[in-house]
Write a protein that binds this ligand. Structure first.
Ligand SMILES: C=C(O[C@@H]1C=C(C(=O)O)C=C[C@H]1O)C(=O)O
Length: 109
């Protein structure tokens, strides 16, 4: 079926839903950007105080909490856990890089 063959009412409903999806995607990007701003600061703090990049105990608490939130929001908890793990893995990569660039508590030029 080509675009011009789609029923105008169906086309309008699709456009309405896609507009909302675009707004939600924009919100997700902005929220992730804010989260990464915070985690970059955590990475610098850890590097300056010789703390390890990853904190598995904290991650376990976050996973348990997010799984509960997902269940109450009718989102698949396994998906919520996978998403968090994906984001945290990227954060840990950033923290390892920051630690590598920081010697004796001072950022290296
Ligand atoms: C941000 C931190 O560093 C890592 C990244 C986390 C995250 O992205 O939420 C959580 C735990 C740590 O493995 C932290 O320790 O709080």
């Amino acid at each position: 079926m080509t675009d011009s063959e789609i029923d105008p009412a169906v086309r309008a409903e699709l456009t309405r839903l896609r507009d909302s999806i675009d707004n939600i995607d924009a919100a997700v990007v902005h929220m992730l950007a804010e989260r990464f701003k915070c985690t970059q600061q955590v990475g610098r703090l850890k590097a300056e105080h010789d703390l390890p990049p990853a904190d598995p105990a904290r991650e376990a608490q976050q996973i348990a909490r997010l799984r509960r939130l997902a269940e109450s929001a009718k989102l698949d908890p396994a998906f919520a856990e996978k998403l968090l793990n994906f984001i945290v893995a990227e954060v840990i990569r950033h923290h390892e890089r920051i630690a590598g660039d920081t010697r004796g508590g001072q950022p290296q030029r």
